[in-house]
Ligand binder design. Structure first.
Ligand SMILES: [Zn+2]
Length: 275
């Protein structure tokens, strides 16, 4: 699954290329998108803004329409010059939007819809998956109200393991699987501890670190890192380091699975006690 910052970067690249440009061609394999195109043509509309929300990528077009796509595990947006060969086979194409200067192609996107862009996202709650997302760690501002909302959503599931709750994008949007392990290590919290066993300070610390790490990784295109080290072997604290010594205490890092999708999680048994 792409991490939130990957979508942030993709959105930034797409926005720079497409903002203000007119759609000259629209193709999709999705009948429900094609129907919208038949009724209210996508061609002739102008890209107004491309931006991320959690793991969704939103493309706002003139005439009050927004294309929302969810990347899930394998989806991606590419940008090409007209005529430039694609890096993925055309059979993986799901949506294509051409302008005079660039072609934006969505590959292997599983979830896509057009929505009216006039209503604020929060007013669409229940109407679309975007509305159910928690506050976005990568939003331009993450103020006290956003923090309070994130805490409230986490607090609503006291019996759930914190490692699972953090990945649930309806609590807080933008924590990917790598960051989950890194955040919990930085906080000294075992991933199997219940949300209810943690203090507000613990939880808000996790969200603050989540935002800090995610924002840091949106700068530059280098590999993700959380330790601050440039050395490629030292970039992460625990993720992907099963059986190797903890960078703080030397104990062997453990690895397990958690969550509905059984995503792999790593922790230090000494720095992150279970009780
Ligand atoms: Zn340790």
């Amino acid at each position: 699954m792409p991490e939130g910052d990957t979508i942030y970067r993709a959105a930034r690249t797409l926005h720079r290329a497409l903002e203000g440009r007119e759609v000259t061609r629209f193709d999709t394999v999705f009948p429900h998108l094609d129907r919208v195109h038949d009724d209210t043509p996508i061609t002739g509309r102008v890209f107004e803004r491309i931006y991320p929300h959690g793991k969704h990528l939103l493309m706002r077009l003139s005439g009050d329409l927004e294309l929302r796509t969810h990347m899930r595990m394998s989806g991606s947006w590419h940008i090409y010059r007209p005529g430039e060969p694609w890096q993925k086979a055309a059979r993986h194409m799901r949506i294509r939007l051409d302008t005079d200067a660039f072609v934006a192609v969505a590959f292997n996107v599983h979830e896509a819809e057009f929505v009216r862009s006039d209503a604020p996202l929060r007013r669409r709650r229940g109407a679309s998956a975007v509305g159910r997302l928690g506050p976005d760690l990568l939003a331009e501002t993450f103020d006290d109200a956003a923090m309070a909302e994130g805490l409230k959503r986490l607090r609503a599931m006291p019996g759930v393991e914190v490692g699972i709750a953090l990945l649930d994008q309806s609590n807080v949007a933008g924590v990917g699987n790598q960051y989950r392990s890194e955040l919990l290590f930085l906080a000294g919290v075992h991933p199997r501890r219940s949300v209810g066993s943690l203090s507000d300070e613990d939880l808000s610390g996790l969200l603050r670190d989540g935002r800090r790490l995610a924002l840091h990784n949106t700068r530059g295109d280098g590999p993700r890192r959380t330790t601050g080290a440039d050395d490629p072997d030292r970039r992460l604290w625990v993720y992907g380091r099963a059986d190797r010594p903890c960078r703080r205490c030397g104990m062997a890092i453990e690895r397990g699975r958690s969550g509905i999708e059984a995503r792999v999680v790593f922790w230090c048994p000494s720095c992150q006690p279970e009780t």
